[in-house]
Design a binder for this molecule. Sequence first.
Ligand code: MG
Length: 252
Amino acid sequence: MIELKTKEDIDKLRTANKIVAEILHYLKEITKPGITGVDIDKIAREETKKRGVKPAFLGLYGFPASICVSINEEIIHGIPKNKPIKEGDIVSLDFGVVYEGWYGDAAISFVVGDKISDRKRRLLEGVETALMEGIKACQIGNSLRDVARAIEQTLKKYRLAPICDYGGHGIGRKPHEDPHVSNCVINAENIKIKAGMVLAIEPMATLGKRTNYYRKLKDGWTVVSKDKSLAAHFEHSIAITENGVEILSKLD
Ligand code: MG
């Protein structure tokens, strides 16, 4: 069942998501060569505590950390490791908080250090552009299939391989609500977009050649590309209102 949110609900969700955006921005700033995923997790917890909110992912379905830290060929759900991050690594951070019972959820990917190859730039630009095109397609009257089409076509334009089995979701008083928001037309639902929907849109893709080519590591969480190609993941939580789409997890 898709729960439509009131203006007051969206106010709470905005606050939750602004906190997520702030913390993610800070974590990106402090991710320098030598830092580990475990360090990032610890800092994420401290920043969450400072703001009087709770990390959303800690213990969620049994996840052992407060943040997903996925490096290079790791696509999503990376468990923070005690291994130094290197210059040139692609780091994807997926983070959420709970504020007064309401959830925020967003993700960013970036290259560590100043040097960035053309391929890595294409990967990051492609997935972030796919996110923005997906958000643009979240118009009242469109369907979730239109959103998937916008995302998939953008990824293909950047010669990236989409991951189709994971995607976005409704968000509210639960971290994952209906509907599922697919990144690929083939498994997208023909659900009409309505005012009051609050959705997390989250395209992910690799520099590989094959669509949906991934496997899960033995840790039971980390999703990696099967061909070891580099991956990226961007996510925003958005609200659909009569006045248009608002990105809740955006820094002012
Ligand atoms: Mg999400």
